[in-house]
Design a protein around this ligand. Sequence first.
Ligand code: C2E
Ligand code: MG
Ligand code: MG
Length: 698
Amino acid sequence: MTKAAKILIVEDESIVAMDVKMRLTRMGYTVVGYASSGEQAIQLARQTEPDLLLMDIKIKGPLDGIETAERIRALQDIPVIFITAFADENTLQRARITSPSGYILKPFQERELSIAVDMALYKHRMEKSLRESEERYMLAIQGANDGIWDWDLQQNQIYFSRRWKEIIGYHEDETSSSLEDWISKVHPEDRERLQMAFNHHLDGLTEHLECEVRMLHKDGNIRWVLTRGLAVSRTGQRPFRIAGSISDITALKQAQEQLIYDAYHDFLTGIPNRVLFIDRLGQAIERQKRNHMDGLSVLFLDLDDFKVVNDSLGHHVGDQLLVQVARRLQKLIRASDTVARLGGDEFVILLETTKGITFARNVAERIEEELKTPIKIEGHEILVSASIGVVMVSIEHHRNASDVLRDADIAMYRAKAMGKDRHEVYDLPYNQIAAQRLEIENCLFNALERGEFQLNFQPIYSFPDRQIVGIESLLRLNPVDGTPIAPSVFIPIAEEIGLIRDIGDWVLLESCQKMSDWHKRYLNKSHLDIHVNISIKQLRASGFVDRLKEILDLTGLKPSRLKLEITENVFTENIEQIAVVLDQLTLLGIQILIDDFGTGYSSLGYIRRFPISTLKLDRTFLFPSKGNRSNEEIIKAILALANQLGLKIVAEGVETEEQADYLDELKCHFGQGFLFSRPLESQVLENLFQNNMVQVTR
Ligand code: C2E
Ligand code: MG
Ligand code: MG
């Protein structure tokens, strides 16, 4: 374009004008005309739209060259070169204001003219493209809705654009220009990350700055903001400036979160889906392996004849039914358990409990019970039942979640095969388990007679002074010709086959006798209580209170020194009958404790209605839960409520000094666990008493 550039000459001496025109034409420019006065120049400039004005400063008429140039440039973006014979300071000063692209002093050489014209055209082109790119940049930024920041590292001043402030709800004049001010508006948890991102980039560790943080909007809400930036430095030196943008990505984040949520939840019922279930089950299995304990169970539930509902009433009703079933299942389990929909009419439930198979069966029974109430959908009353497979997760047999699901599925099929509307427990080598159970049953029938039962005693300590205040008796079964059997295994069986009453009486008699003896033999132990575990079946059996009175008479133990531990599920049925028994016991002066509190279904509301003195907080509450202090919150809440209701709390399963300190801190009343003492044989405990040791070590 250079050579074809159009030039307008303004010159009142026609000879000079002709001369310049000739020279320019020789150089390859197009001279679009020449004007001899200001007015004429303005008119020609408008008509011919030249790329350059060659303007004599001194021209005829009311307008001189400088003023003419000014007027033209007010309307058109055309560079000007002044030609003048007078270079007095005053004139030059006036000319300068119009920011000309050059001067040529008369008389001039052709070469001077050529350089001046080339330079002027070039400079103008560059300025124009720079201006355009700046405009494009501004437009892009405005279009992208980003906020701009520009940090002068030498002055330590940050410029924030209007939009930057707007994104977090501030007006132009509302924020200062310091980094501190910026950081203070970042969510406290994200501040360090942003600082690091800045530091890394300024240290040259990253090619650019990019960091997503939450910022606190003036309205109190949180906005997700993507911060980007680039540092500017001279080679080999630390940056002197860093600038960039922030963009509001809140909507994007929310959409991402929704996507993640959707990926883990069933679209129809909103409960967890297969993916989330497998994830949670997998984690629970790992936890179980680490802690070397049992206690996980899975229920696999398939609705009976769901197809009939779907076919006869339509998919719409079928879907509604699934939603209702999901709701009912959710209502039945605790917040710590998981109900998920695997797909179709299949649901699964993950229970974490230390109560073994009885607990899982219990939940299955509740589900069966719950489904007996018809579900109302669009005027239809639908009665639906389920076949449930129950599996106890075992570290030996289940490597992962799918192993467990497979077995739960098998058990569910057995429930279907056995007539539906029922639950079946998966037992690994079925025959082996059945044989084992038979063996335990046989053993139990003769154990009392053969003297195979034994009691162990585990002390309970007070906080903060850590003195023994009581002793819990724990039953052991050591068959003469076999390996010991754990109470969590044989007690449910004894309950089922109706032996618990006799066994329980034996435990009560032995326990009361032992404590009564100790009171007599060790005078300084006469304040100790004996804690005895009582099964619900025992409480419900007729004549319990009378037999207990006899035992107290016989052994001479003060009723006030006897504490009975019962589990929460006493409150699940026949509450009125239980209430009468508990009242009678309390009248005798015996205290009632709730064992394993927090694992069952009872609410504190229930507990208030009964004469309960103490809650034994289940040991699962003390499980270390890294980074998750929710257990702590629960313990605090329970303690607060207990204090209000005048109840004492015993924390079970205190295994570490750390847990003890922490319970101390929370002002928990009592603790029991391996840290203080394992359950001991009576002889061992007596030796300790003999030596008057208060602190019993492992
Ligand atoms: P429980 O009444 O909650 O007894 C506490 C259980 O936790 C005992 O298990 C005890 O050995 C264990 N334990 C105590 N401290 C710790 C600790 O720091 N860490 C861990 N991991 N465990 C600890 P055990 O002796 O196996 O008894 C299990 C359950 O069997 C008892 O739970 C109770 O419900 C039942 N049981 C025991 N004896 C009798 C009884 O005579 N009658 C009845 N009906 N049930 C009994
Ligand atoms: Mg107990
Ligand atoms: Mg317990």
